[in-house]
Design a protein around this ligand. Structure first.
Ligand SMILES: [Zn+2]
Length: 340
């Protein structure tokens, strides 16, 4: 569980359904989606991002991408660092955002690569020496539109199962004669999975994730009019079926008040029998959902850790994320219904 806590501690993000969603995972120098306000919130951390992975082209997920690209060219920082932006192939909305960014970004000097990908792509993570890659997987959001989720995977080695229980001397002997592959095998585990906007994903795509971030737009399935977003209950069931270690829900509709969201999720988790710890990213606040015994739902997150390289003189707290943000009132009328 220490690893899950470490991953959660390194996530910065914002999610307000239909307005903006983005998630920055600093150890991988990766940005998942780029909703409006991402560059403003990250400040000089824009230079800490080397790869972006867009789930789909709806405005609330790409509305900030042009600003992000330009901020990386204009703000104070290392303006020569390359940037890759991966997106679902054939997504005309992302292509429009890309073309707009190109048109207004003629001062972009750094190598910038827009890469259309399909489901099942494996992309090496360039921002770390760790053996990490990002795997894309298909999600169900809008009919006829390829939308992608992403799984950050780590490659590890383990003792071959058939050698379990053998004396250490015997294993060493086999390694000396047959080499590393004779005694160990490679396997991958998902550190962080991100679904973008989605109906419940296939548990096989996120199996065993240390942290699963799943769309959880609706507390009550009766509020859903079109099958484009998951309910909390569905997200809980995916987490249970996939045996994830920790579930981080996000993209919860702002029609609900925060206290109702937190209480509702806890109740549903009890009913569905999910034992995994729950967290919520709502607006800019990422916090655990206590089960009544541990944690503090109102606790706020500390600043991003400072490490070597990358962010340089970046501020310790990305403005607009979490710590100082106040809960927003519920809108007085039902929110509009653009595609998102
Ligand atoms: Zn969408």
């Amino acid at each position: 569980m220490a690893l899950a806590a470490d991953i959660l501690e390194n996530i910065r993000g914002f999610s307000k359904a239909m307005y903006s969603t983005w998630v920055f995972y600093r150890p991988a120098r990766a940005l998942f989606d780029a909703g409006e306000g991402v560059a403003t919130a990250l400040g000089n951390f824009v230079f800490a991002v080397e790869q972006a992975f867009l789930s789909h082209g709806h405005y609330d997920h790409v509305g900030g991408v042009a600003g992000f690209v330009l901020a990386r060219a204009a703000a104070m920082g290392e303006k020569t660092k390359p940037l890759e932006i991966h997106y679902p192939e054939g997504d005309g909305l992302v292509e429009m955002a890309r073309d707009y960014a190109r048109r207004i970004g003629r001062n972009v000097q750094y190598p910038l690569a827009w890469k259309a990908i399909g489901a099942g792509a494996h992309i090496r993570v360039t921002g770390t020496d760790a053996p990490w890659r990002v795997r894309s997987f298909r999600t169900s959001h809008v009919r006829g539109m390829l939308t992608l989720g992403y799984a950050l995977e780590e490659t590890r080695r383990r003792l071959r199962p058939e050698l379990q229980g053998l004396p250490e001397d015997e294993i060493k002997k086999r390694a000396r004669s047959g080499g590393r592959d004779a005694v160990t095998e490679e396997y991958r585990r998902t550190l962080l999975a991100y679904t973008g906007d989605a109906m419940p994903v296939d548990p096989a795509d996120v199996r065993g994730a240390v942290v699963l971030m799943h769309d959880a737009t609706f507390l009550d399935g009766k509020d859903r009019e079109t099958k484009t977003h998951a309910t909390v209950e569905e997200a809980l069931d995916v987490a249970k079926a996939a045996e994830v270690e920790t579930l981080l829900l996000y993209h919860v509709s702002t029609r609900y008040r925060r206290r109702d969201i937190e209480a509702g999720i806890r109740d549903l988790a009890r009913k569905r029998g999910l034992a995994a710890p729950l967290h919520l990213l709502h607006l800019g606040k990422l916090a655990p959902l206590p089960d009544g015994m541990a944690g503090d739902a109102d606790s706020t997150r500390g600043p991003p850790p400072t490490g070597s390289g990358g962010a340089g003189d970046a501020p310790r707290q990305a403005p607009g994320t979490a710590a100082t943000r106040r809960e927003e009132p519920s809108p007085p009328v039902a929110p509009p219904k653009p595609a998102c």
